[in-house]
Design a protein around this ligand. Sequence first.
Ligand SMILES: [Fe+2]
Length: 339
Amino acid sequence: MEEKNFLVLAQNRKFLPYYGESQKKWEEPFFFIQAADTQYGMHASYKLKNLDLGWEEEIAWSKQLVKDINAMYPKPKFLVVCGDLTDAFPDSHPDLRKRQVKDFKKVFAGLDIPLVCVCGNHDVGNTPTPSTVAGYKKDFGDDYFSFWCGGVFFIVLNSQFYEDASKTAALAAEQEIWLEEQLEIVRNENPQHAVVFQHIPWFISFPEEDKEYFNMEYGLRMEMLERFHSAGIRYIFCGHYHRNAGGFYKDMEQVITSAVGVQLGDTHHGYRLVRVLENRLVHQYFALGTAPTHVHLPSRKPMLPPAAAAAASPARPVWSFTSTATGEVTPTRKPSLAL
Ligand SMILES: [Fe+2]
């Protein structure tokens, strides 16, 4: 696929594939894929300590991700990558970043389902500026937005504003005003579930833990967790940690998903399959190449076998792509899964 086939889908604080009143209605269970830290270039910069060594490893890992997802039946509603799409910082290495972004787009243009991009610290810089945020928006779309999908309300945040807004006070304040409006929607419109996507987690294992590199400052953390919970948010999905982790604040779950790219623990490169059921979300992490091709969902509608479903399906929506993704050799995959 070519870079130009990659579509920027988050605009005007909306997500174009799922836009409109019809998405507010819950009809039946569905699933989506959550991933994080594809981080093109980290293997060279962090593991090999040589920025000139490219990102062939990350390209191979994300091609496998695309290949896995495109083989799934039924299709997930979307793939969300929770930040650090690429590694090179926009302020210190803009040219390197440009090349990484180009290759990221070439791979993900082959994805058959909509891609939800979330910005991480490597995408807008550890201390974002109006210029780095504008650059991100040009490449990947809005840094924060919301959308309804199948009766569920999803809020995508720019978590870097909570980490360091010293050069983006006005932009961070705008996100806060907007976020309050989104929480008001959760309070008033009673979605089936309300879910937040962001890069940096509020905490790693439990809300009362000390501040460290991978979590948020304690006071802000507790304030935001209570703000989310009292509005009705019950799930927060994050990345940044390059390991699987997470925990609960009251009955609100925060899930941290390891990286598609470089691992900092002993987890395998992978992603999370999230089934959205009527009364809860159920999620499971899979190593690349090991997820099921056939995902069972409790459904009112009888499921057609894949070949019959393909024949009966309508023309592709305009935001979709024909996949020509070529991945690496796929390890043995389970044919089906009921979580
Ligand atoms: Fe990362």
